[in-house]
Design a protein. Structure first.
Length: 245
């Protein structure tokens, strides 16, 4: 069910950082094979949190450090990626797996997909940014309902709530994700990156700060080739040819 291991998490974080830095990467798709998208965190084989004594016992601060260095870095890598990230959820997304999908910019779900805030079933507090992401996506009351009860949410209900952009038949998920990624890859990559930053930042900003960030983003974007191409294509009444630069 693709429970994410420490090694997998570190590899994905690295790939997302590489995607941000590589102008030839224009879009990212996160998906999985098999019956599940991600069943949560597989803690087997994880390195120690650090700070444990010689006996290997836990000391105060170990758990918080593990969360900061692990689940929160993982979700932050998606939110901070400078390319649009599409989640193609092919099955169950539970715990950190659900938060991984919700952190993406666009979410496609197969009809068989399910989302589960599984933490309460284990007597745990949600981690991986769940209590940050969910209220911003669906409001505090619905977020609490999902987190307090831990019930499975099917793809159709997730779309109705606003957690999913589109639900497609299982057999069409890969094709649809590729079509969305190719469409994004043909767009003005830097403008999309700046737009992502503006939208994500607006959730914590007051109006004056949001407007200032918008003006600064437009100033930066107007230095790109794609912005010049967009204006030129409009004047010349032709389809723009964006390069992601």
């Amino acid at each position: 069910m693709n429970a994410v291991t420490w090694d997998q998490r570190e590899r994905i974080i690295g790939l997302l950082a590489d995607a941000s830095a590589d102008p030839d990467v224009r879009a990212v798709v996160l998906t999985a094979t098999g019956r599940g998208f991600c069943a949560g965190a597989d803690l087997r084989g994880s390195p120690p949190a650090g700070g444990a004594g010689a006996s290997g016992g836990r000391v105060p601060g170990d758990v918080a450090r593990t969360i900061r260095r692990g689940a929160q870095r993982f979700i932050g890598a998606v939110l901070d990626c400078e390319k649009p990230v599409v989640a193609a959820v092919n099955g169950t997304a539970a715990g950190i797996g659900a938060h991984l999908a919700f952190a993406c910019d666009l979410v496609l779900a197969a009809e068989s997909a399910r989302f589960i805030e599984v933490f309460v079933r284990r007597g745990l507090v949600p981690d991986g940014g769940g209590a940050y992401l969910l209220p911003r996506l669906i409001g505090p009351q619905r977020a609490k309902e999902l987190m307090f009860f831990g019930d499975a949410l099917d793809a159709a209900d997730a779309r109705t709530m606003g957690l999913v952009n589109r639900v497609v038949p299982d057999g069409e998920l890969e094709k649809t994700a590729r079509a969305w990624a190719e469409r994004l890859a043909q767009g003005p990559t830097r403008a999309i990156a700046l737009t992502k930053q503006l939208v994500n930042g607006s959730l914590e900003a007051d109006r004056a700060s949001a407007f200032a960030a918008e003006a600064a983003a437009q100033e930066i974007n107007m230095t790109t080739r794609d912005a010049n191409e967009g204006v030129a294509s409009f004047v010349e009444r032709r389809t723009p040819r964006y390069e992601g630069r």
